[in-house]
Design a binder for this molecule. Structure first.
Ligand code: FES
Ligand code: FE2
Length: 365
């Protein structure tokens, strides 16, 4: 067995998973939104989406509407996408370019730096407290061309939140040349944590991912736990072809699969320069929106890029089926918890972080 064994590899102690009630209880999701999603760095987009002054996109973070916009002077900012007059969602479009932001209710307008421009129904300027009338800003940081926001004003800065992760990424020089190609979404009938669990081990790969297993050398598979993230990877088998891609001659010859606390997965597959990001955004306690962002070099994909994307999508589909079957079992009275193998140690790391962040003692779990 070459998948790195660690932590749970003892035969003297049985290590169990999170209790399944944490996957089926709407109250747990409320606590997770508050304690996990509203206090962690959340990936929201790629820098190629907001290159020019006035470029913007909107998104949801921890159930909050968020607006990311590049100011006239070039500064990238994030705001709650909420009008300070009477709370209307300010920008309705998913993306675009604006010189000024206007609320569709009473016509208040805002500069791209969030300051109030005009409040037409307030005739006397003195009635307005200028500070209160600004859009409320959210912390935003960019690393490796990836845009993150954090609703917690006291959060540790992004670069310091994930150990050596961003330094590790610097080993892939092609990342700076990539741009957003597409964002696909998929509604998954499972709790968000089930997909993270699935991603964090490869015990299921030989059973569930025949294409992946035929291409990548699982005898050299490594799973390494790091500070608030983990990384998995291996090399391709000799002389492998992926559609039009000759993998052993490709720019990227192995696969790297990162997970960042709590809900972001970032994959770099063998082949031409590529990166895809998978984010699991809870819709409710047993439904999740999978957001798949694909980054490639070209606006029009080359045949190699198309073949790689098809390969990646196939693995995604196979995983979705698994976690939807798992959610059915979570609701059963048959079992309350599962067990970890020695090679599921990165799942254990995730579970320990969930328990700690929710403030649940292991004994009570
Ligand atoms: S709610 Fe936005 S202008 Fe009134
Ligand atoms: Fe999988």
């Amino acid at each position: 067995m070459s998948i790195q064994e660690a932590k749970v590899g003892s035969t003297t102690r049985e290590v169990k998973t999170l209790p399944y009630r944490l996957y089926t209880d709407p109250e747990v999701l409320l606590a997770e939104q508050e304690k996990i999603f509203a206090r962690s760095w959340q990936f929201v987009g790629h820098i190629s989406q907001v290159e020019n002054p006035g470029d913007f996109f909107t998104c949801d973070v921890a159930g909050e509407p968020i607006l990311v916009v590049r100011g006239r002077e070039g500064t990238l900012r994030a705001f709650y996408n909420v009008c300070p007059h009477r709370a209307t969602k300010l920008e309705k479009n998913a993306e675009g370019n604006k010189k000024i932001l206007q609320c569709g209710y009473h016509g208040w307008t805002f500069q791209l730096d969030g300051s109030l421009n005009k409040a037409p129904n307030f005739k006397n300027g003195e009635q307005l407290c200028a500070a209160e009338a600004c859009l409320r800003q959210v912390r935003l940081e960019v690393q490796a061309s990836l845009i993150f926001v954090n609703l917690d004003d006291d959060a540790v800065p992004l670069a310091a939140s994930y150990g050596d992760f961003f330094a590790d990424l610097a080993a892939f020089p092609f990342l700076g040349e990539l741009k957003k190609y597409s964002v696909n979404t998929r509604v998954i009938k499972s709790n968000w944590k089930a997909f993270i669990d699935n991603y964090l081990e490869c015990d299921h790969c030989p059973i569930a991912h025949p294409g992946f297993t035929a291409t990548l050398d699982l005898t050299k598979y490594q799973i390494i736990q790091c500070e608030n993230y983990s990384v998995q990877g291996t090399v391709v088998k000799p002389d492998k072809q992926l559609g039009s891609v000759e993998l052993n001659k490709a720019e990227m010859q192995g696969g790297r699969f990162y997970w960042l606390w709590p809900n972001l997965m970032l994959t770099i597959y063998p082949g031409p320069g590529n990166m895809s990001l998978i984010q699991m955004v809870p819709i409710d306690h047993e439904t999740t929106l999978g957001v798949y962002t694909y980054l490639f070099r070209h606006d029009e994909l080359t045949q190699e890029e198309k073949d790689l994307m098809a390969f990646t999508e196939q693995v995604r589909v196979e995983d979705v089926e698994l976690v939807e079957l798992e959610q059915i079992g979570f609701k059963s009275r048959a079992f309350q918890k599962g067990k970890f193998s020695a090679t599921e140690h990165a799942v254990l790391q995730f579970h320990e972080m969930v328990l700690k962040t929710l403030g649940i003692e292991e004994a009570q779990a």
